[in-house]
Design a protein around this ligand. Structure first.
Ligand code: GLA
Length: 741
């Protein structure tokens, strides 16, 4: 609900309140964000006036107690006495900064408007309300701040639109999508960091004076820093206490930071990275910022994740994939790399089908003359040396076996050895006559150029139609260097226009072929963000398919993204990234908690392994609905202990699944060998892998893990050694749910 009284705006629902007001100088001041407060009251006293030191600047001579340096703001600008980092920096032709953005008007609308050209959350009318506040600058600039509050979730989204209604050209040099001024700095900042093959590890440190920042200048949201951060109160844990979350719905350069000032207040900002960003606005033009998402939890980090999961599922991924069952896939990459032909693939698919696989994905190497990673990106025509009967015929053969068919594309790239580069050298990012840096032997296509987007649309749609394609893995294997487009007069626009081109191609393809399931990928998880999820409901989480490594990667990823977005596959051993040899059971037990599949050669399996894989697929079919509809709870963190545990439970259906892992054994183990579950009904009895327990005992005493070998108890121990893992199916007894061990 949104109420506006006496210059005060109060957005609230059952969980949260977000309150701001118009300050004496006409700018917007922030009052409160957190657990819900009663509406209809005046909260203007939450603002901090009067704490003005003798050397503080103040915009009015008449009010020496009012300074922009000390007040909490909604949309701070630079150059008027607030010396913290601003939300906006807009210059006119003379180089003067435009910074007097004052309240002009507001409207409240049901639902949520879409953002032109950008991915953004969507709603049904009754799911949300949006407040649009218009600010005006004397020069004629207008700024619309959009705040959407969701009815049943502790989530607020924010974005802004700048319109140049003045008479001269201006340049936007900085525009943050989110600004949140918090009254203190008693928080730990949590974020997800990593690198190729070890994405989204959890990092936490206390805020202190200065700026603590995560960012990307790679032209992609990056493996290194995910565009998400959380601020946890010092006493907040996984399941208790207050946590604020911020996501950025964007896949390119970004910054997310917390600035603690000399009064120990915290300014959180999130937006497009201002480095190498400048946007020219001619009179009459507008610029729309991407959306930022603000979440709140008073039930710890896990509570925050659960809200974010539901919200992403309901308001971000394409609607169709909320209910569409996700297929169990097999991908040939690690099985064949570039070395395949029609016969090999046919055989591969036949064997995969026998195992129960539903979707066959042909990865890199089916186009141009691509026998290794040095050639052919851009030449999206089938390689007739490998597939002489064409890609359409291959797809038809695969489909005739009862499998769906998927293909790998890397649309944004071009190889220096390709036909495309001969015909369109001007389509490459960077200056033609200057050295262009290679990454994985490839260059980047200039997606800020609409001819490039049109070419890719034509190529991809023709192949989608020829193959009646069910699935696309959209990869992006290098970051952008020498950011320059031959077509732009302002190169500061390049990075963002590149992203708009990528989104446009996604938009056109997903609208034209809504049944195609897209899985985004960027050398594994280098573009794992909400911007991508708006089009691609799954993402390849990491090229690291090692089960032990995946515990950390999937655990970290689950903090900010739902399991239905987390691509997780069983691969061959020794693992190609780590050389580790984990048993098939551990590999499956970890991969169940995501969108499931295989990256291995079915011809290399023993009969025993084939049986085990058939059982895994059978099991996953029971887990799959929980991946989309269940509530995920993290129980034990691999970052804290040598064990990991998590569970999924669907309250409506009264059933769920629990996963527990202990990859490394150490002797003489702890005495209390139980796993405490969460989120069950204390008064209900549950069947867990064939045995009955009360919900109260499962949560208060725990689920017995079985006696562990301690070095001596040979006859009584039920488990021991390295690579322990266990899956339990759990269902309410009086619903007669089926449990499959
Ligand atoms: C990237 C992807 C892999 C695979 C290869 C193909 O590394 O992350 O899964 O598709 O490209 O070249």
């Amino acid at each position: 609900m949104i109420s506006v009284e006496q210059n005060q705006f109060h957005l609230s629902n059952n969980d949260i309140s977000y309150i701001f007001h118009v300050m004496p100088n006409g700018q917007l001041g922030h009052l409160y964000y957190g657990k819900g407060l009663k509406s209809g009251r005046d909260y203007s006293h939450f603002q901090t006036y009067s704490n003005v030191a003798p050397n503080t600047t103040h915009p009015y001579e008449a009010r020496p107690d009012f300074s922009l340096e000390t007040v909490k703001q909604e949309f701070p600008s630079y150059g008027k006495g607030d010396f913290r980092e601003s939300s906006v920096l807009i210059e006119n032709e003379a180089g003067e900064i435009r910074s007097d953005f004052n309240y002009e008007s507001h409207i409240v609308v049901n639902g949520k408007p879409s953002l032109e050209g950008l991915p953004a959350s969507y709603t049904q009318e009754e799911d949300a309300e949006t407040l649009i506040v218009t600010l005006k600058e004397p020069s004629g600039l207008k700024l619309e701040l959009l705040y959407t509050i969701f009815t049943n979730l502790p989530v607020i989204t924010r974005s802004c639109l700048v319109k140049n209604e003045g008479g001269e050209r201006v340049t936007i040099q900085r525009l943050m999508s989110l600004n949140l001024d918090l009254p203190d700095s008693d928080y730990d900042m949590l974020h997800l960091t990593g690198a190729w093959a070890r994405e989204r590890h959890v990092t936490e440190k206390s805020l202190s004076e200065g700026i603590q920042r995560i960012s990307s200048l790679r032209g992609a949201s990056s493996h290194q820093h995910n565009p998400f951060m959380a601020l946890k109160r010092f006493d907040a844990t996984e399941h208790n206490g207050e946590v604020l979350g911020m996501h950025f719905v964007y896949s390119g350069n970004f910054v997310a930071q917390a600035e603690v000032d000399h009064y120990s207040t915290t300014r959180v900002s999130m937006g497009i990275h201002p480095t190498r960003f400048s946007w020219s606005l001619q009179p009459g033009d507008g610029f729309q910022s991407p959306e930022a998402v603000l979440t709140f939890s008073s039930h710890g980090l896990n509570g925050l994740s659960q809200s974010v999961h539901q919200w992403t599922h309901r308001h971000m991924i394409p609607e169709r994939f909320r209910t569409a069952e996700r297929p169990v896939l097999i991908n040939n990459w690690e099985a064949t790399y570039f070395d395949f032909d029609e016969k090999k693939l046919d055989d591969f698919a036949t064997k995969a089908k026998d195992l129960g696989v539903e979707l066959f994905v042909l990865d890199d190497g089916w186009f141009g003359k691509r026998d290794d990673d040095t050639t052919s990106l851009g030449d999206w025509f089938v390689d007739q040396r490998k597939l002489p009967n064409g890609i359409g015929q291959l797809a038809a053969n695969i489909k005739s076996k009862g499998l769906q068919f998927g293909l790998w594309f890397e649309p944004e790239m071009i190889s220096p050895v390709s036909d495309l580069i001969k015909t369109h050298p001007d389509w490459v990012v960077g200056m033609n006559n200057r050295h262009q840096t290679l990454g994985r032997n490839q260059k980047v296509l200039d997606f800020s150029n609409s001819d490039v987007v049109d070419y890719l649309y034509e190529r991809m749609s023709s192949i989608i139609e020829e193959t009646r394609l069910d699935y696309i893995k959209w990869d992006m294997n290098r970051n952008i260097t020498e950011p320059f487009s031959i077509n732009l007069s302002n190169q500061g626009e390049f990075y963002h226009r590149y992203m708009l081109g990528v989104y446009q191609l996604y938009d056109r393809l997903t609208k034209a072929y809504p049944h195609v399931l897209f899985e985004s990928c960027a050398g594994g998880g280098g573009r794992f963000d909400l911007g991508m999820m708006y089009y691609a409901p799954q993402a390849w989480t990491s090229d690291d398919t090692d089960a032990v490594e995946r515990l950390k990667i999937q655990y970290g990823t689950s903090i900010a993204y739902p399991l239905s977005t987390i691509g997780s596959h069983v691969s061959a051993v020794p693992n190609h990234q780590t050389k580790r040899e984990s048993p098939l059971s551990l590999r499956g037990d970890v991969a169940y908690f995501g969108t499931f599949g295989y990256e291995l050669d079915p011809s290399s399996l023993t009969d025993e392994e084939k049986e085990e894989i058939k059982q895994q697929i059978h099991r996953y079919k029971q887990i799959e609905p929980l991946i989309r509809k269940g509530t995920f709870t993290r129980l034990i963190s691999p970052f804290d202990q040598d064990e990991t545990a998590w569970m999924l439970f669907d309250q409506e259906e009264g059933r769920g699944v629990v996963g527990w892992y202990k990859p490394i054994y150490s002797p003489n183990p702890k005495n209390n060998q139980v796993l405490k579950l969460k989120g069950l009904d204390r008064s209900v009895d549950y069947e867990v892998n064939g045995k009955q327990f009360g919900g109260d005992e499962l949560m208060s005493n725990g689920l017995p893990l079985g006696v562990e070998f301690n070095g001596a108890n040979h006859s009584t121990s039920e488990r021991g050694g390295d690579n322990q893992s266990k899956i339990w199916f759990i269902s309410e007894v009086d619903r007669g749910g089926v449990c499959d061990d």
